[in-house]
Design a protein around this ligand. Structure first.
Ligand code: AMP
Length: 272
């Protein structure tokens, strides 16, 4: 299963991505985590990304595309992956599509977690409090100034992806306002609902049920019998129609009335 999680900072993408990865046994790929690791390790990418990230802006497309191109080749991605924080621009989405197509793959779904912007600041403040309580270092971009910029970047560069994936028919929008567990269950539901049946075909379940009830030979025999019955019914209807037409035409004096009608007429004239 290959999934993308979309949503503004503080929507709960990271938390939900972890739960999805555990449920489906797939890798969780967070470009934010990878970039933070690169910053901490002081790699050339990290040095390039450090200040951009601290300001709450987006790291250039070629940098993150190259990271993802390498990462999805890793063995732990063979069964699938969940992308958390990538793509964040239309150019990244197009690159992802190309990367997958090269390997004969495509995305199974894009899940948008929708939340009211008014609660995002509060959520980030909660996250800061929790990290401090655990004795963890607070993210350089978890402050009001950077958060404002991250929201600007989301609206301008990432939100267009909602339309992009909506047009492709792969977007599932989930209300991210309820408690975490409810949001998780809602995501599982949309990902696990059965695919709609093709137009004109009987639902798979119904077909399965019918074949379970009736072995194939008996089903064929029943079909032949039903066909015969229909043919016989049609023949009777046709004959009736023919007689009634002849009766009507005879009344108008155009052709000889059918034998039954003539006999009835003779009887009537004898009696009266
Ligand atoms: P996140 O942990 O997903 O909130 O990402 C933290 C920061 O990493 C973002 O504010 C960006 O500066 C950078 N970043 C993460 N993913 C991407 C991406 N796909 N494209 C550009 N920048 C990214």
């Amino acid at each position: 299963m290959r999934l993308v999680l979309l949503g503004p900072p503080g929507a709960g993408k990271g938390t939900q991505a972890e739960k999805l990865a555990a449920r489906y046994g797939i890798a969780r790929l967070s470009t934010g985590d990878m970039l933070r690791a690169a910053v901490a390790a002081g790699t050339p990418i990290g040095q390039k990304a450090k200040d951009i990230m601290a300001r709450g802006e987006l790291v250039p497309d070629p940098v993150v595309i190259a990271i993802i191109a390498d990462r999805i080749k890793e063995p732990d991605c063979a069964k699938g992956f969940i992308l958390d924080g990538f793509p964040r621009t239309v150019a990244q989405a197009e690159a992802l599509e190309r990367l997958l197509a090269q390997r004969g793959l495509k995305l199974d779904a894009v899940v948008e977690i929708r939340v009211d912007e008014s609660i995002l600041i509060r959520r980030i403040e909660t996250r800061i409090g929790q990290m401090q309580a655990r004795g963890e270092a607070v993210r350089a971009d978890d402050n009001p100034e950077s958060l404002k910029q991250r929201l600007v970047a989301y609206r301008a560069q990432t939100a267009p992806l909602i339309d992009y994936y909506g047009k492709k028919g792969s977007l599932q929008t989930i209300d991210g306002m309820p408690p975490i567990e409810e949001v998780t269950q809602a995501i599982f539901r949309v990902l696990e609902k059965p695919a709609p049946a093709k137009a004109g075909s009987r639902p798979v379940q119904a077909r399965k049920k019918a074949s379970l009830k009736m072995p194939r030979q008996r089903a064929r025999k029943a079909a032949r019998k039903a066909k015969k019955k229909t043919r016989a019914r049609r023949a009777v209807a046709k004959a009736r129609k023919r007689v009634s037409v002849r009766r009507r035409t005879a009344k108008r004096g155009k052709v000889k009335a059918p034998k039954s009608a003539r006999k009835a007429a003779r009887g009537r004239s004898r009696r009266g």
